[in-house]
Design a protein around this ligand. Structure first.
Ligand SMILES: [Fe+2]
Length: 391
């Protein structure tokens, strides 16, 4: 049920600049923040796609000096953030540009924490303590339409010692400015468009249905779900479809706003712990492979909301029972995953023997309390078995 008996808060401290060609606003954005020399935090894929060059050209044309850290890895480690922080200090930078997907933007957020706090990101794990001050000035520029990290208040970092992905952040983690330019998304290959798009859809569905949902986040989540239903196939099928790219970028962005400051639900509990144990499995495909089972399991927790999800995905529900409508909503997600080429969990490398450990870890994840249906380890085992075709 909605959590309206308690005092709730919503805030979004990030200025969003969006539209085709929005990248051109980067120099003005740096001036707004008083940043003289930013460190660009990015990854080799972004460099290879020529996107770093597009950003550095804008800076050079405006005579703005910059540093570059381009060694971000998927599921970035505490040490990835530490290496970038060393470069930030060495280059005498006073602000950050997080350029890329979630891993690059999250690494930049982590550097922003370390630049303004004593101790590393591991010390500031959200489950242990709250941040004490706003992070260093940060401009986020997503090159995928998925994580919404350009506007979320969280970074997901991997602790290799615990084989665990932990969250760091909270309201003080808000990026200062997010620049969302769909022109930077045109080179994304179909499988990346698909995986990241399913991640955006999942953020919206989980946040709309979870125990921490509230009207502010419900409003944006529903539109994000609708955009994913309308535009994800087109963006995967034709990477040059600017309309589809823009609305998928905004779907991810709105879904990021819906993430709020609390936890989501079982898919992110499951995929975050899976990514910690099997770091070779990327987040987007894992989410896309498990979202349908999440809906099948969870709809009885909040039938009216799962019915609205089905409607936002284009399911005609007139005259249908809640059960019929909600399960058609789950089917719509399975169809979307299939049409966009999302691999199955088995194809991603999960085996039946892995289930007991993976389910136990997922249950212990901090995202679990938000799940719309009461869930225990057996519930996670059901979802894993469903995804592996054992049920
Ligand atoms: Fe996600």
């Amino acid at each position: 049920m909605d959590n309206y008996y308690n005092l709730r808060e919503f805030q979004c401290a990030t200025k969003a600049k969006h539209g085709v060609g929005a990248l051109a606003s980067l120099p003005d954005s740096l001036r707004e923040l008083g940043v003289k020399k930013p460190l660009i935090v990015t990854d080799p894929g972004v460099v290879g796609a020529g996107l770093l060059d597009r950003v550095t050209k804008v800076l050079e044309d405006a005579s703005i000096p910059y540093g570059v850290f381009d060694q971000v890895v998927p599921n970035p480690y505490v040490s990835t953030v530490g290496d970038a922080s060393k470069q930030y200090e060495k280059e005498g930078c006073d602000g950050l540009i997080g350029l890329g997907g979630g891993s690059s933007m999250d690494t930049a957020k982590g550097v922003g924490v370390e630049a303004t706090h004593e101790g590393d990101v591991l010390y500031w794990e959200a489950a242990k303590r709250d941040l004490e001050r706003r992070i260093a000035p940060l401009i986020t520029i997503p090159t995928t339409a998925g994580t919404g990290s350009e506007i979320t208040v969280w970074a997901v970092i991997t602790d290799p010692d615990r084989k665990f992905k932990f969250n760091v952040g909270g309201p003080l983690m808000s990026p200062h400015i997010a620049i969302v330019d769909p022109e930077l998304h045109m080179t994304m290959p179909p499988h990346v468009t698909a995986g990241t798009g399913m991640d955006a859809l999942c953020h919206a569905i989980e946040c709309y249905t979870c125990h921490f949902s509230q009207p502010h986040t419900d409003a944006v989540a529903l539109l994000a779900i609708e955009y994913c239903g309308k535009y994800l196939r087109r963006a995967v099928g034709n990477g040059q479809d600017m309309e589809a790219r823009y609305y998928m970028a905004m779907a991810a962005h709105l879904a990021g706003i819906s993430y709020g400051t609390e936890s989501a639900g079982a898919v992110h509990a499951l995929t975050q712990t899976l990514g910690g144990i099997k770091p070779e499995i990327h987040h987007g495909p894992a989410v896309g492979a498990t979202l349908g089972a999440f809906m099948e399991y969870n709809w009885i927790g909040r039938p009216q909301k799962f019915r609205r999800v089905a409607e936002a995905l284009g399911v005609e529900t007139t005259g249908l029972s809640d059960r019929e409508a909600c399960l058609l909503g789950a089917q719509a997600v399975y169809d979307l995953a299939e049409d966009t080429g999302i691999p199955s969990l088995a194809e991603l490398g999960v085996k039946e023997d892995d289930i007991p450990k993976l389910a136990k870890e997922a249950y212990g994840d901090p995202q679990t309390p938000g799940n719309p249906r009461d869930i225990d380890i057996q519930g996670y085992e059901w979802m894993y078995k469903r995804c592996l075709g054992c049920l």
